[in-house]
Design a protein around this ligand. Structure first.
Ligand SMILES: Nc1ncnc2c1ncn2[C@@H]1O[C@H](COP(=O)(O)OP(=O)(O)O)[C@@H](O)[C@H]1O
Ligand SMILES: [Mg+2]
Length: 340
């Protein structure tokens, strides 16, 4: 296995991680996360023969457009023109609605329990009208998929980095919340039990308490997700960037976050690199862009030492259709310094 100054190349990295099952792609909008995720899924399924699911919870129909076939809201579909690749383009608006319902139920029960007579609607508005709510719904769908165990590999075209970061902190909060709820519930129940001498019945009721059941369910799921997301044998977060200042800065920040929570980093993929052309007659524009690009490639090497898994070329056209995905997968599978 050859380690270059950039880092262990993508195929060697994958080959060295036999149990790798969950792959995430993060980065600024428009850098090619969906394209690179698709190429990775194609590589895992076609070259390694692993039954692979690529899923997207983007509000735009990105997988349909990537593979050039209608996958929107169709559930899991085999990608035509592939042998072992499946795609699931999820519509999170239904998850969001389900989620609003759950939150409302919890609030109603909580306020009833705490004996606070207020109108819940404004609280629901506050709880559900913020950008992180959508990300929570997306995350929930993702965790459900991760836990279903039907595929050898799962590729997620957008890593909800900010949410994962929050989630790992949240699992502690859930624990505190749940333990406190159970304790105070038990205390108030046992008082009633003492008064009514029907302790057995009340303990039975406690076990059926919808708020406790729902909280315990969330807690369990959060814990399972946390276990998977921090397991470097099974999970890897990849960060996609262009050879430009802003997308490099974005993933630098992401990487700092995920490192703080021991989320395993798969590495960095530099996308849309203009292949070097050597000619006397380069237009000043191309010459300048090529120069600039060389500077940013160097910057990426310095900022992400030993972490660059692939350097992918800017293709002559967009990555649309299985042929182009396969072409990108081929670039991804180059295992040497001459990656482009
Ligand atoms: N290496 C590449 N060469 C040519 N076009 C690319 C390349 N990578 C991505 N694209 C195109 O750039 C656009 C944005 O890519 P996309 O994967 O949708 O980004 P993201 O998911 O990060 O928003 C798409 O039109 C895609 O086809
Ligand atoms: Mg995308």
């Amino acid at each position: 296995m050859e380690t270059t100054k950039l880092g262990l190349p993508f195929p060697s990295f994958i080959a060295g991680k036999k149990d790798l099952k969950y792959l995430f792609f993060g980065g600024k909008g428009g850098v090619g996360k969906t394209a690179v995720a698709g190429a990775t899924a194609y590589y895992l399924s076609e070259s390694l023969g692993r039954k692979t699911l690529i899923s997207s919870t983007n509000p735009v129909h990105s997988l349909s457009s990537l593979f050039g076939q209608d996958l929107w809201k169709k559930g899991t579909q085999k990608v035509e023109g592939t042998r072992n690749l499946y795609a699931d383009e999820i519509d999170i608006s239904s998850t969001i609605e389900r989620y609003k319902g759950e939150i409302k139920d919890r609030l109603v029960q909580f306020l009833k329990f705490a004996d606070i007579p207020v109108d819940v609607e404004p609280f629901i508005e506050i709880a559900t009208t913020n950008p992180s709510f959508e990300e929570s719904a997306m995350f929930d769908d993702m965790v459900d998929l991760m836990l279903n165990e039907k595929y050898d590999a799962y590729v997620f075209d957008t890593a909800p980095v900010a949410h994962t970061y929050r989630l790992l902190g949240m699992s502690k909060v859930y624990n505190l919340w749940l333990n406190k709820m159970i304790k105070s519930r038990e205390e108030s129940m046992s008082l009633r039990a003492k008064l009514s001498f029907r302790k057995e019945k009340i303990v039975q009721e406690l076990k059926k308490d919808p708020l406790l059941i729902s909280l315990a369910g969330t807690k369990k799921k959060t814990e399972e997700a946390r276990k998977l997301l921090t397991d470097s044998e099974r999970t890897a977060f990849f960060f996609v960037t262009l050879p430009l200042a802003l997308p490099i800065a974005v993933i630098e920040r992401f990487i700092t976050w995920v490192q703080a929570f021991q989320i395993p980093i798969g590495g960095v993929i530099v996308n849309e690199v203009i292949p070097t052309v050597t000619s006397e007659k380069l237009s000043p524009y191309v010459a300048n862009r090529t120069n600039e690009q060389a500077g940013y490639l160097k910057l990426a090497e310095q900022k992400f030492p030993g972490m660059i898994r692939a350097v992918l070329p800017l293709f002559e056209r967009e990555v649309n259709g299985v042929d182009m995905v396969s072409k990108m997968a081929q670039s991804l599978s180059l295992d040497s310094e001459t990656r482009i």
